[in-house]
Design a protein around this ligand. Structure first.
Ligand code: GLN
Length: 198
């Protein structure tokens, strides 16, 4: 059976997530309005990169905020990348804004500087080996609570983490050909032990 994954498609890099998930045999639904949530039974949700202030505003204007928050709180597996990480953060450093706020961590926006903050590197991802990581005006995770596992670090900064069914990366896994992060997310969706693509 194919997994049905909702990909928030109001702004940002959602098309690339859909391509990656389709390579892993998922059925993807673009989430743009509340009926996209009620018309489909989702096995997982992706919150893409983009601009978290814009996505947060659109979520509220499009009446998607509450239904998505309810589903995340009910345990729907969610992958948040870059701006998606910021949407899930329980706290944003030097910022009073909280969006979904479901993950016990402090995120810092534009943590690598606003203009020169885009770069590519490679680092170990939770025992799955070294994977390419593309950072675009990225946040990093400044601190995590006890319930959060750290999945990756770059230069001592936390760039990927997991709390229960929530996985976040400050980099953009959908912008490389490497499918490790999506595969990792799908292993949560399928309630399986962690799987790494060899
Ligand atoms: N800088 C963006 C923000 O603060 C995130 C950038 C991204 O998603 N690539 O929301």
């Amino acid at each position: 059976m194919k997994n049905t994954i909702g990909v928030l498609a109001v702004q940002g890099a959602f098309a690339e997530h859909i391509k990656a998930l389709q390579k892993l045999n998922c059925h993807c639904i673009e989430i743009r309005k509340p009926s996209d949530l009620t018309d489909h039974s989702l096995d997982g949700l992706v919150l893409p990169g983009g601009e978290s202030t814009v996505i947060g505003k659109l979520l509220r204007e499009l009446a998607l905020f509450e239904p998505l928050k309810d589903r995340i709180e009910a345990g729907l597996p969610v992958l948040g990348t870059c701006a998606g990480l910021i949407l899930l953060a329980g706290q944003i450093a030097e910022d009073d804004t909280i969006h979904f706020g479901t993950m016990n961590m402090v995120a810092r926006r534009n943590a690598y500087g606003r203009q020169l903050g885009s770069f590519q590197t490679a680092a170990e991802f939770d025992g799955c080996g070294t994977i390419p990581m593309v950072f675009i005006r990225a946040p990093y995770i400044e601190s995590v609570g006890a319930s959060v596992d750290i999945l990756a670090r770059v230069d001592h900064h936390i760039v990927a983490a997991r709390q229960g069914n929530m996985v976040v990366t400050s980099f953009h896994p959908e912008l490389t050909a490497d499918l490790t992060v999506h595969q990792y997310f799908l292993s949560l969706v399928q309630h399986k032990a962690k799987t790494c693509i060899a």
